[in-house]
Design a protein around this ligand. Sequence first.
Ligand code: UDP
Length: 460
Amino acid sequence: MENQIDTQMEQRKGRRLVLFPLPFQGHINPMLLLATILHSKGFSITIIHTNFNSLNPSNFPNFTFHSIQDGILESEASSKDVLALAKLLNTKCVEPFRDCMVKLLSDVSEETISCLISDAFFYFTQAVADSLRLPRVVLRTGGLSSFVVFDAFPLLRERGYFPIQDSQLEEPVAELPPLKVKDLPVMDNVDPDSFYEIIAGMVNESKASSGIIWNSFEELEQSELDTLRQEFPNPIFPIGPFHKYYLTSSSSSLLAQDQSSISWLDKQAPKSVIYASFGSLAALSEAQFLEIAWGLANSNQPFLWVVRPGLVRGSEWLEPLPSGFLETLNGRAHIIKWAPQLEVLAHPAVGAFWTHSGWNSTLESICEGVPMICMPCFTDQKVNAKYVSQVWKVGLQLENGSDRLEIERCIRRLMVEKEGEEIRDRISKLKEKAKFCLQQGGSSLQNLDSLVSHISKLES
Ligand code: UDP
């Protein structure tokens, strides 16, 4: 058996993979983890990255890095318009990415490149890969369930769901139970046609690829997986949760993680703390921020709160808080700029995660058995929140713009009442399933083997 594995590793030597992450935290983390997983399977790894949100190669000595000049201007990089930035990246990166690939492919001293693995949102890379006759595999960093919804956009458009009308928000989407119109993965305050165009690019070029990798696991999204396997021409590999492969992986965090959160958690009672964090992109109005602050304060639970600089529109950091806010809480609160989130969620003191329902955060919470309070902001977060609260029933959903009373009530339901106990029970069971899929014979490990053999057979 061992000899067989050695031979397989030997055969794969000289097979290089080129990975291209979308330069946002929630996309960089899973791509770098995937790189670590595939490296452990014997592949050599090259990472191409943009100079916007540039990566630090010294954290990953086993990989080769190439930086491309994306031409993103300072003003574009600092704009809060993620959609516009994604679109710009898909146009401005075409030439530099192509040039970089041509150089890599023509370097005869290097090993053969098996394929490109690109973030699904870098949809321009399919045409580049085709023109270079290089197979392209896609990493979709979100869930399968939200992808099913994105894939249904043309149908939903045809049936008049878009643009979304306020009067229809509470109506069910008959084609996609249990979603209501308000759960559809759209973005407020952006041009709906622009958004539609990006989603269509992402879905269509994923379908055109040689395979799609997902940071999810079969037992979590079985029926969505069945749907996509039926409808998609290319193979699908749910091989997550990536961060639970127990390989030593370096941090790909763009911001410094404040370790004081762990020493603070060490002093709190088991399962007593609410960990509140809204990811790397979500932004709040000052009014929303204050309702959250008072909701947390009035809950009487200890809380660890990540307030990312820029989280509150128009503020640097904590200026909107009333003076003396923290002092009156007598050490019951700890506010930081960025957390070592995986460590925080695994800490025994954490009893609930108040999240914006980004896919990584959702999966990380499930893996630690931490029940969620969901406050989705945009796109797939809305679908994730619905699945957490209504399908897997491992959390509660707050409506956007909730007031402090609703927040307080929601925290009570989760932390104190019987309903919370049932939710905790369910998420513990889901945590076990997540563990199981990475044990010998588990679904994700089997899918990883299929992926490795699929990649090994791809011919450029
Ligand atoms: N994260 C972190 N520290 C924080 C908040 C988030 O390390 O204080 C990490 C988190 O573990 C996750 C990623 O940042 O891997 C956020 O991804 P997610 O999909 O949840 O949300 P996004 O930032 O893309 O909206």
